[in-house]
Design a protein. Structure first.
Length: 154
């Protein structure tokens, strides 16, 4: 089946390599950028899925935020490749959310954006970037005013 993808999607996947114990900053976007998570119950449900240790089969979730039409995650991989982890998380959350919404079909845009952190990069800076996303989007003025995030350092 041929899925419409944005420009550069194939290039993003080409050469993608997941390093065991690697740390990755990941963004997944809802299909057609529909702001499903503006709805409190859907946002809380996604928080429960992401925040549940079973939400990721073989990765440690260090930091995350649920925005109206996307999520940001900071993950430390174990054995399972990043693509497999994200596919499982997106598939599981799509089934749960589609059931809750009362719809079927694609929930997430195919693929995801990822950035592997190098040793010299500061994980805390990336975590601050992630949780400050609602401020940059002008949804809130302070991180504490936004309920849909968590971070192991804060």
């Amino acid at each position: 089946m041929n899925h419409p993808r944005g420009p550069g999607t194939q290039a993003l996947r080409r050469g993608r390599y997941s390093q065991k114990n690697g740390i990755y900053f990941v963004t997944a976007v809802t299909d057609k950028r529909i702001p499903w998570f503006q709805d409190f119950s859907f946002a809380r449900l996604m928080c429960n899925i992401i925040g549940n240790p079973a939400g990721l089969s073989d990765a440690e979730n260090l930091c995350w935020v649920v925005m109206p039409d996307h999520v940001h995650l900071l993950l430390r991989l174990r054995e399972t490749p990043l693509q497999q982890e994200l596919n499982q998380l997106k598939s599981r959350s799509a089934r749960i959310l589609n059931h809750e919404i009362g719809r079927s079909g694609r929930f997430w845009r195919p693929g995801f954006h990822d950035h592997a952190l190098r040793k010299e990069e500061d994980m805390l800076d990336i975590a601050r970037y992630i949780i400050a996303n609602p401020i940059r989007a002008k949804i809130v003025k302070r991180c504490g005013d936004y309920p849909y995030w968590n971070c192991i350092w804060l």
